[in-house]
Design a protein around this ligand. Structure first.
Ligand code: GTP
Ligand code: IMP
Ligand code: MG
Length: 336
């Protein structure tokens, strides 16, 4: 049984938190990372500890869960080897031998290009130039890197056997709908598609195996880097609302805005969303912070959640009211 989780805005919707929550709560056997590469920064907060992950699947907190990185994901060996060491996940991580490798040269090209760094506002992590080399068929693959040898895996084979054996598989995307190379705010996008169908391709499974598609939306969406943001708030308005966020990877201040219902409907359609996870509901109303039951939300927060469900036309099954995994309202039993 496969669940795919993707972002519905411009990334940083809180996918890392929701994936970790689902994995711990539902005991997934396997989590597989899809998406672009180490331009992502997933934050996971659990029991007073805060983790910032760039390549490791966010299911790492669940003991025994197999952690896979699909062939569509770019790997920076230095980044993944550091995470493997620090999180002590060497015995359960598997990297597909066909993952593209980010070299120093890609990072230099990313940071040295005024088009990428200044006009687009790239994360400077080398992903764009590495994907250019992949399309040019001149990129080195993970199977050619001796340091990664202990972790080599055939991700599609593992996933398809797990599916056949009836195991639970969670595929996590990175970035978000608005950063898709095809459907996002081109040219202010990342170097690849970021939607659920692409996530299947990234890890090597077919669409018929997917049972649920969860799209994560943030109550006040954010955007780092350049590009249009129709519902953007001024920095002063955002501060008044108590929303000041900085990027996990770049440390840049995130632009923030109010919920864009048109964009959310389009994201839900293109991803064939079956569920919505709505994060940062505590930004709507500070007194809702940490609520664990729907009834504990303020009326204002409940009205907002109900409006998202109604206007987007997809059930809101998970509500996040704070960064910690415990700060979650899980409505799946009632709504599905
Ligand atoms: P990318 O993969 O880079 O797109 O990131 P992501 O979707 O995993 O999100 P990221 O962790 O970069 O950003 C979300 C931020 O919001 C993190 O700092 C989280 O700890 C925090 N967060 C997640 N859920 C909530 C919530 O419900 N309320 C509040 N206040 N913060 C939250
Ligand atoms: P690149 O993917 O580094 O080339 O960056 C292209 C655009 O996507 C820039 O606007 C980045 O800020 C944005 N971006 C890439 N990855 C993320 C992410 O994980 N979260 C938020 N924005 C991202
Ligand atoms: Mg992030």
């Amino acid at each position: 049984m496969v669940t795919i989780l993707v972002g519905g805005q411009w990334g940083d919707e809180g996918k890392g938190k929701i994936v970790s929550y689902l994995c711990l709560n539902d005991r997934y056997d396997v989590t597989a990372r899809a998406g672009v590469g180490p331009n992502a920064g997933h934050t996971v907060e659990y029991k007073g500890k805060k983790y910032g992950l760039r390549l490791t699947p966010s299911g790492f907190l669940t003991p025994g869960t197999r952690l896979l990185i699909g062939a569509g994901v770019l790997v920076d060996p230095q980044v993944i080897l550091k995470e493997i060491r620090e999180l002590d996940v060497g015995d359960r991580i598997g990297i597909d031998r066909r993952c593209g490798i980010i070299e120093e040269e890609h990072i230099r090209r990313d940071r040295g290009s005024s088009h990428l760094k200044e006009k687009i506002g790239s994360t400077g992590t080398g992903c764009g130039p590495a994907n250019m080399d992949r399309a040019n068929r001149s990129l080195r693959l993970a199977g050619d890197v001796p340091e990664l040898k202990p972790y080599m895996a055939d991700v599609p084979k593992e996933l398809n056997s797990a599916i056949e054996a009836g195991k639970k598989v969670l595929v996590e995307g990175s970035q978000g709908f608005g950063l898709s190379l095809y459907y996002g705010t081109y040219p202010y996008v990342t170097s690849k598609d970021t939607n659920a169908a692409q996530a299947c391709v990234d890890v090597g499974i077919g669409p018929r195996d997917v049972k649920e598609v969860i799209v994560v939306f943030k109550s006040y969406p954010s955007r780092v880097g350049e590009g249009p943001f129709p519902t953007e708030l001024s920095p002063a308005e955002a501060e008044k609302q108590g929303i000041v966020e900085y990027g996990t990877v770049t440390g840049r201040r995130r632009r923030t805005g109010t919920f864009d219902f048109d964009m959310a409907r389009e994201a839900a359609m293109i991803n064939s969303a079956s569920q919505i996870a709505l994060t940062c509901v505590d930004y709507i109303d500070k007194t809702s912070r940490g609520a664990k039951r729907y009834e504990d939300l303020t009326e204002r927060a409940r009205r907002f959640v109900d409006r998202v469900e109604k206007e987007v036309g997809v059930p809101v099954t998970l509500i996040s009211t704070g960064p910690d995994l415990s700060e979650t309202i899980d409505l799946r039993e009632e709504k599905l």
